[in-house]
Structure formats: structure tokens, C-alpha cells
Design a protein around this ligand. Structure first.
Ligand code: CAA
Length: 283
């Protein structure tokens, strides 16, 4: 099992730049790729901000912060990003056609030994693997937001994912300080399926006027010891992201995942949560 030294992260958004950061902090050389310079610059600012906070809080010393920053290179070229990679992690939008196109290009340009991972939170790893032409090397590496602070790494095993690929994914988890679980490829895996249903019910409760957003969140924080309430968590994840997951799970698993009308309306209004300045709360 070859060691992972070089990582390509596709997508510099919230998840992508978080993944690039934790790999660089663990000593790997990282190339972060996005479609334009503005997206890359936003991702780099995110990494600098997060590393800065971790340093301020004494969780990372200044030389380690600087070394991690120096290990991250950015590019807009996919072939350039994956050419020398031992591991490719895709963190682009949750659109299957886009994932398939990307994995085909990745399989064509990455070395034959590279582990090819998707950070998808609900789409089929089996389908992505089959389309890539290298299904035994394709695995789900599902990270959680905020990536540097969340301990779980959900490893998703597609139908054709090899044992060796799962073991490489496990070894990676340990190296970047995450706790892995290995789950079968099934819509929503072990996490999103439960996570979105709670958020979905909270939105339906808000729609029916059961309680205010703040009180619904307080109920789960104080009554169930959740670190965040389901509505503030939806704001953190992004209402558009949650809606896309729900639409997929509704098609795959049925009625209990039907997206609430209020969620759809808020997304149409551009209220996407923290990233747009307003969701169930204002920021
Ligand atoms: N890097 C560094 N620091 C960060 C950060 C980041 N990326 N994001 C937040 N922080 C900082 C905050 O700025 C805050 O700093 P201040 O104290 O200076 O304000 C600090 O972390 C938060 O610290 P707290 O003491 O208030 O809270 P905490 O450390 O105990 O926990 C938390 C913070 C980990 C975010 C916690 O609230 C939590 O676990 N929330 C739930 C998150 C969750 O459920 N995520 C999963 C979402 S679902 C998903 O991601 C998958 C999907 O498929 C969509």
C-alpha cells in the first residue's frame, strides 16, 4: 500500500478548502483546483482564516501553520492538479453529471495507483466509480463541516471498491486525525440520511408554527445536547446543499424526504444560510 504524499483537491469551496487544509497540516503536499481564480482566492482566504484561528487558540503553532500554507498550491487546470496525485478528493457541487465528467477526466490524467475519492454526502459512489472506468479505486470520503474541527470521516464503499482502497482510506483518516466509519454505498449513507431528516422536521415544525426557530434549536441543544440546533446547522451547511440532498433522497428513498415548501421558497429567495448572510437567522 503506497503512502499518500501528494493530494489533489477538486473544488475550493467550504468542504474542498477544509479538506486541503487538514491534508496540508498532516504533512501532505496539496494542489487545490477550482474553475476560476476568484474561487481559489476565496478558498485560500478560508484556509488562512481557519489556520489563524487554530493558531490563536494554541491548537497549532505558527511554524506548523506556515508550513501547512506553504504545502498548498492552487490551479485552475484539472490535469495539472491530478497529474502527480496519490489521492484525489473531489468536492465539487452535488450534480451527478458533473461528478461523472470530472471522474472520467481524473481517471484519464491521474497516476494508475491514485485513490480517487468523492466527498459526496448522498450520491452513489458505485455510479461515480462505474463511470470513471476505475471503480476499484473509487471510494467515498465524506467529511463534515467545519472540516478542521469535525472528527468523523465516513468512508463509503461502492459495490466495486477494493479492500485495498478502503484500507488506504482508513489509513488516511488516522493520519489526518479523523475517526473513520466504513459504510455501504446506500442513499444518504449513515450520516446524511439521519441528519437531513432532523433538519427537515425542524423546518416543517417552523412552517406549522410549533415554535420559533430559536426555540426549536434550543430544544435540541438543551434537551438533547446537540452542539447546534437543526436550523442553525442547516444555515451552516447551506439551504441549497440541504435541498439538493433532500431531493435526491426523496427520489431514492421516498416520501419522508420530501423537501418542505418553506425550504424551497427560501432557496429561491437566495436565503442560503450563513454564506449568503441570511437563512433561518441573519448573519
Ligand atoms: N477552523 C477553525 N476554527 C473554526 C472553524 C474552522 N473551520 N469553524 C469554526 N471555528 C471556530 C469558531 O470561529 C469559534 O471560534 P470563537 O470561539 O473564537 O468564536 C469556534 O470554532 C467554535 O468554538 P466553540 O467553542 O463555540 O464550539 P466548539 O468548538 O465546541 O464546536 C462546532 C464548534 C464543532 C462547529 C460545533 O458547534 C459542532 O459540532 N456543530 C455541529 C456541526 C455539524 O453537525 N456539522 C456537520 C454538518 S453536516 C455536513 O457537514 C455533511 C454534509 O454532508 C452536508
Amino acid at each position: 500500500m503506497s503512502e499518500i504524499r501528494n493530494v489533489a483537491v477538486l473544488g475550493a469551496g467550504t468542504m474542498g478548502h477544509g479538506i486541503a487544509q487538514v491534508c496540508a497540516v498532516a504533512g501532505m503536499d496539496v494542489v487545490m483546483r477550482d474553475v476560476d481564480d476568484a474561487a481559489l482566492a476565496r478558498g485560500q482566504r478560508g484556509i488562512e482564516g481557519s489556520l489563524g484561528k487554530l493558531t490563536e487558540k494554541g491548537k497549532l503553532d505558527a511554524p506548523a501553520r506556515d508550513a501547512a500554507l506553504a504545502r498548498i498550491r492552487v490551479t485552475t487546470e484539472l490535469a495539472d492538479a491530478v497529474r502527480g496525485a496519490d489521492l484525489v478528493v473531489e468536492a465539487i457541487p452535488e450534480i451527478m453529471a458533473l461528478k461523472i465528467e470530472t471522474f472520467r477526466a481524473v481517471a484519464a490524467h491521474a497516476p494508475a495507483h491514485a485513490l480517487l475519492a468523492s466527498n459526496t454526502s448522498s450520491l452513489s459512489v458505485t455510479e461515480i466509480g462505474a463511470a470513471s472506468g476505475a471503480p476499484e479505486r473509487v471510494v467515498g470520503l465524506h467529511f463534515f463541516n467545519p472540516v478542521p474541527l469535525m472528527t468523523l470521516l465516513e468512508i463509503v464503499r461502492g459495490l466495486a471498491t477494493s479492500d485495498a482502497s478502503v484500507e488506504r482510506a482508513r489509513a488516511l483518516a488516522t493520519r489526518i486525525g479523523k475517526e473513520p466509519i466504513v459504510v455501504k454505498d446506500f442513499p444518504g449513507f449513515a450520516t446524511s440520511r439521519l441528519g437531513v431528516i432532523l433538519g427537515c422536521e425542524a423546518i416543517r415544525m417552523l412552517e406549522s408554527g410549533v415554535a420559533s426557530a430559536a426555540d426549536i434549536d434550543k430544544a435540541m441543544k438543551l434537551g438533547y445536547r446537540h452542539p447546534m440546533g437543526p436550523l442553525e446547522l442547516t444555515d451552516l451547511v447551506g439551504l441549497d446543499v440541504r435541498l439538493a440532498i433532500l431531493e435526491h433522497l426523496h427520489r431514492e428513498l421516498g416520501e419522508q424526504f420530501r423537501p418542505p415548501a418553506l425550504l424551497r421558497q427560501m432557496v429561491r429567495a437566495g436565503k442560503l444560510g450563513k454564506k449568503s448572510g441570511e437563512g433561518f437567522y441573519r448573519y
